[in-house]
Design a protein around this ligand. Sequence first.
Ligand SMILES: [Zn+2]
Length: 440
Amino acid sequence: MFRIVLVVIFILVSLGCSLNRTSLPNIILISIDTLRADHLGCYGYYRNTSPCLDSLAASGTIFMRCQAQAPHTTPAHASIWTGLSVISHGAGYHKGSDYGLDPDLPTIATVLKEKGYNTIGIVNVSILNNDFGFSSGFDYYSWHENGEGRAGIAFNEYLKWLDENVGNPDPVFALIHLYDVHGPYNPPPPYDRTFTTGGSEGITDWQTDPVSGALLNPEEKDHLIDLYDGEISWVDSQLSRLFSELRQRGLAENTLIIVVADHGEEFLEHRGWGHSHAVWQEMLHVPMIISGPGIPVGAVDVLPSGQFDILPTIADYLEITLENPLDGVSLLDSTARTEYRIIPSSRVSPDKCFRWGLEQYEGLIAVLSGNTKAMINYGIEEPGVMFSLGNDPEEMDSLTLDPHMAEALDQYWTTPPVGCPSVLDAESVNAVLKDLGYVR
Ligand SMILES: [Zn+2]
């Protein structure tokens, strides 16, 4: 890190007072699917994959220990949308049925629409579409089939909306989901060559035996990582273009920008690849950067945080009182955040996920408290284990679960659900998931 690392304890009293309430800021929330934190320069990566995001972090606050609430797209985004843990909101896969986001749950979009915002949603994967309940509260919501929109097209769609609504006096909330970094890794030229060193031409995804699902060519790992990094570099270039376009329109000064990922990606660290099948840190440690009016500049926040903190943070930032209690807390509230706050994650995902034959991983959950992380697969691999991330960040040496962490796991597992997520038609959902490569 080229900047001095500061432990930032936000004193939000001063932040709240610094906003000009007569001119509410525009807000852009960008979710970059499948983006590991540790593949960005601002999180210490050795490659220059992310100059724009590094610059954004330097202009605002970077959250070094953001923990995804799920290693899978639907439940993780539901946590971003609602400020709830996966077990609370219930979106995902449970006991043989798929559940979308309960359309009656308050979300960032419904809260900001109530505040007077125009609400724009642009997503790039089918499982965030209207059928899954993610469009609730949006004035404008468009979805593209599994990444076909690409980052550049998604940003152009947003800029087009801005240009067509220049006279609209209301602030704008835009949620833009990007699917480029998700496999298969096929960045557009020249980013397909930025980090590749030759060999393995034409290979853009993990090759598996069609019967066993076993990996055929693990030696291709480095090539796939090269392409994955190329995708990050491509998305970063488009972010740079977006921010330039906002500056040209005079909108940059009064825009709050939040960048997050839904989950990371495994590159055989624990013998798996891809995501959704486990709760290792390569799948749960995601980037989060916030920059904009009133946000501390050049600050490095090292307290644990989660995706479910985004809604309460936006509400706190805009001085909105939320009626229902959330699992997340405002990142701007120093009294609510502690080193030992429990940050839960769980894999609620199609049990027919073919990878590694993990049909029985529905009960797989993890909790983080300080530098201690515990995980268990209820009903399958009990008792659970824990890891000391300070000494063992790669989670190689499992420790015996202590009573405190066992209790934290049990408390999360028994969290009562909030609302009633709707069951989706299994046939249509499976068709979507098959297209995405999650089921055969
Ligand atoms: Zn995802």
